[in-house]
Design a protein around this ligand. Sequence first.
Ligand code: GDP
Ligand code: MG
Length: 143
Amino acid sequence: MAIERTFSIVKPDAVAKNLIGAIYGRFESAGLKIVAAKMVHLSREQAEGFYAEHSERPFFKALVDFMTSGPVMVQVLEGEDAIRRNREIMGATNPAEALAGTLRADYADSIDENAVHGSDAPASAAREIAYFFSDEELCPRTR
Ligand code: GDP
Ligand code: MG
């Protein structure tokens, strides 16, 4: 299995609940390495561009309102099978359907405010990483 990179967000609800460290701990315990990270308060333009694939969905305005409601942590995770494994750590989009022990089961309140984002495929991971980070900001973890 190849080493992959995936893009992750700790969403405004989880930042407000002081869960950044707890969530980073889950990534690290699973062997995923953080190779870039920063805190940002998204503008509406940034949030709309990031979620452009959902622009025709009925929940799009609520999603943009939520994602711009407070600061988020954005990070790039690296490891074997990182894209699929991060989705496993996150759990289902709707926390009511997320498996016990996943981030969304433990920390999310609703499908609208569900604690974390993670890329769903190699193409989206590449697009989402480039949306927030330049190549120089990605730090190889060779030690
Ligand atoms: P994800 O990849 O698991 O985050 O899910 P999607 O890509 O399908 O949707 C993106 C985000 O939009 C989700 O994480 C939710 O925050 C929100 N979302 C998705 N489906 C719904 C829905 O049916 N209702 C509402 N209110 N929000 C939704
Ligand atoms: Mg998605």
